[in-house]
Design a protein around this ligand. Structure first.
Ligand code: NAD
Ligand code: UDP
Length: 335
């Protein structure tokens, strides 16, 4: 298939572009590089030995999106492009609503106009809010506590309504848990803007000596060691989940969790990182981070049953690959 990958120069999009190329699909990437760099496109090509068609463009500009659909015969869209920082979304809600909603509306509109019937959307476990674990796809979504989460819920609803009104339209809503790690080549991975908000990039930067110590946000949660529990998934497994979702997509709306089904606490991740890489990660326990939930992990049985997909890589692989990327590429913006 000829796949339009928006946000394909970013962290998850670039790994997915590789997985798609390896599965013999053709890839067209549209990315405005607001959180990535064009060097990643060359790295995708050098890892796979295949060509990628790249457009530096903003998918909130309808005319630009339309010209893409006119120029190429597109079989499917995987829509990663979006802003993703929870904290920033609270400070700048309009940026988040306009970027994340308008991009999705433009792409959906053009799919309808040009008869593109397969759409895969990057959603998030954040749509479950503080539900009872494990999170199942059939659960009622809880109101998001931030504009970023709202955009995910709203985009899911828009795409669902569109599919209901157009029976030929197929939508895959993929709810990611906590993607970490990097491609095993060490060439592409996650490069956060400024001081990282997320745990794994913070750990790798502490290990590298860029940051003094990790702050563990709370050790009084109702978990075995008191620290927050998350379902970390290797980004390459996540990428392969997209290929499975796309290749098994049939008419209608299909929601799948992409996680491992296992919870790992903050301190367990720190210990695993230290063991996998034989490097010390100093930390101190501080107060809880506002808005954090205690526990979040997926029920992954639906994805296994319907997509024939399961995460294969373990926490040790995630820690090793995240560190390899930090050591080789952790300066400057490479994704
Ligand atoms: P990322 O920032 O690395 O990638 C997003 C890419 O989209 C970037 O390359 C950015 O330049 C591009 N982009 C943003 N707005 C654009 C626009 N208007 N036009 C064109 N390009 C634009 O983020 P990521 O971690 O790869 O996330 C990809 C998607 O997955 C996002 O929609 C995000 O909300 C979702 N998601 C991510 C996580 C996570 O933990 N990383 C978890 C759940 C969901
Ligand atoms: N966390 C932490 N210190 C940090 C960043 C995160 O203790 O510097 C904790 C956070 O409280 C949560 C877990 O690590 O329990 C995962 O946080 P992250 O921001 O990576 O993901 P999310 O909260 O979005 O699931």
């Amino acid at each position: 298939m000829n796949i339009l990958v928006t946000g394909g120069a970013g962290y998850i999009g670039s790994h997915t572009a590789i997985a798609l190329l390896e599965a013999k699909h053709s890839v067209i990437i549209a990315d405005n590089l607001c959180n990535s760099s064009s060097g990643t496109i060359r790295k995708i090509e050098s890892i796979t030995g295949k060509k990628v068609t790249f457009y530096e463009m903003d998918v909130t500009v309808e005319e630009a999106v339309e010209s893409l659909f006119k120029t190429h015969s597109i079989d499917a869209v995987i829509h990663f492009a979006g802003l993703k920082s929870v904290g920033e979304s609270v400070e700048k809600p309009l940026n988040y609503y306009s970027n994340n909603m308008i991009s999705t509306l433009n792409l959906a509109k053009m799919c309808l106009k040009y008869g593109v019937n397969r759409f895969v959307f990057s959603s998030s476990a954040t749509v479950y809010g503080d539900n009872i674990v494990p999170f199942e796809e059939s659960m009622n979504l809880l109101p998001a506590t931030n504009p970023y989460g709202e955009t995910k819920v709203m985009c899911e609803r828009i795409l669902t309504d569109l599919a209901h009104a157009n029976p030929a339209f197929s939508v895959s809503l993929l709810r990611y848990f906590n993607p970490i790690g990097a491609h095993e080549s060490g060439l592409i991975g996650e490069v956060p803007n400024g001081v990282p908000n997320n745990l794994m990039p913070y750990i790798t930067q502490v290990a590298k000596g860029k940051l003094a110590k990790l702050r563990v946000f709370g050790n009084d949660y109702p978990t075995a060691d008191g620290t927050g529990l998350r379902d970390y998934i290797h980004v390459v497994d996540l990428a392969e989940g997209h290929v499975a979702a796309l290749e098994n997509l049939i008419e209608g709306v299909h929601t799948h969790n992409l996680g491992t089904g296992n919870g790992t606490s903050v301190l367990e991740l720190v210990n695993a990182f230290e063991e996998a890489n034989r490097i010390h990660v100093p930390y101190e326990v501080v107060g809880r981070r506002p808005g954090d939930i205690a526990v979040c992990y997926a029920d992954v049985s639906k994805a296994a049953r319907e997509l024939g997909w399961k995460a294969k890589r373990n926490i040790n692989d995630m820690c090793r690959d995240a560190w390899r990327f930090e050591v080789h590429n952790g300066t400057g913006k490479t994704t």
